[in-house]
Design a protein around this ligand. Sequence first.
Ligand SMILES: Nc1ncnc2c1ncn2[C@@H]1O[C@H](COP(=O)(O)OP(=O)(O)OP(=O)(O)O)[C@@H](O)[C@H]1O
Ligand SMILES: N[C@@H](CCO)C(=O)O
Length: 319
Amino acid sequence: MTREPLAGERSAESAVNGRGPNRVEVTAPASTANLGSGFDTLGMALALHDTVEITRNGQEPGSARVSVSGPGAGEVPEDERHLVVRVLHRTLERLGLAPLAVDVRCTNAIPHARGLGSSAAAIVAGVTAAYRFAGLDVRAGETCERALREAASAEGHADNVAASLFGGLAVAFSTENRYEAVRLEPHEELAPVVFIPRSESETHTMRGLLPANVPHADAVFAAGRSALAVHALTARPDLLHVATEDRIHQDYREPAMPATLELVRRLRNTGVPAAVSGAGPTVLALPPSGEPPREVHAEGFEVTRLSVDRLGVRVRELD
Ligand SMILES: Nc1ncnc2c1ncn2[C@@H]1O[C@H](COP(=O)(O)OP(=O)(O)OP(=O)(O)O)[C@@H](O)[C@H]1O
Ligand SMILES: N[C@@H](CCO)C(=O)O
């Protein structure tokens, strides 16, 4: 395999073949994507975390034994088909390294298929662990750009993974099929509230509801609102209500989650900036007070206040 060298790469082969860590712990944050007007572009990390502990076990290379507590327990595969393990192995392979045999312990808090970036957090955990086993730091210079591309190509879009990797607010974009992102510091007064329903929606199904093209006027509307959203989220939260307005994805997805869109409208009608979180069905609100509005009827939704995660993924060597 030919590829460009990575910073610290000379140590990578020897790290995986014996001198690297035996056990790493990765903590990856949830994320809310789109923020209304920034479809596939804006993502913000939230202080709700999955923790994954990965230990090399000396079994058959490429094998995995997985245990899960919290969301996903009893539902996701408990072997090498598990998302974190698939990404770990794929990333090692793309680094030109042999697969590892691992025990994986997942302690999850992010609900699955609700629009809170659970798959992105799992993917970011897998990429981060692979890099650490290879002696590389996902947060360092060129390596961090490659880690983003690795994670975004596994997810299919970069908004959630960029936020989960770097924390804070991500502006994701692509150039010549390369995923890229810029990290920005969200305004200190942002106080996200999420309304999480019991129902689930898989992102790939929700993406199937989107049209191939949108009217030019809607594209112009989206460009203006998303540019404004960057300013509102970082400097002028008083502009969030207008900045989070969308015309290019939410309504198209309404037939699959009518209660979500109804709640978005009820919140917005009381003046609260609100949008579908990611591909839904969770609703994200950014009330200026940080208080969920009492007068808005939100039966069927669990209401949770979350702060912004400003650090992104964390990794520790345990052994
Ligand atoms: N921690 C995890 N471990 C294993 N598999 C996971 C994990 N998190 C998510 N998945 C897989 O990804 C699926 C959910 O991903 P999906 O992209 O549809 O939703 P999401 O990431 O929660 O929401 P969104 O992308 O809208 O923010 C789950 O059904 C499961 O198969
Ligand atoms: N931008 C993505 C986020 C969900 O993963 C979407 O709305 O489909």
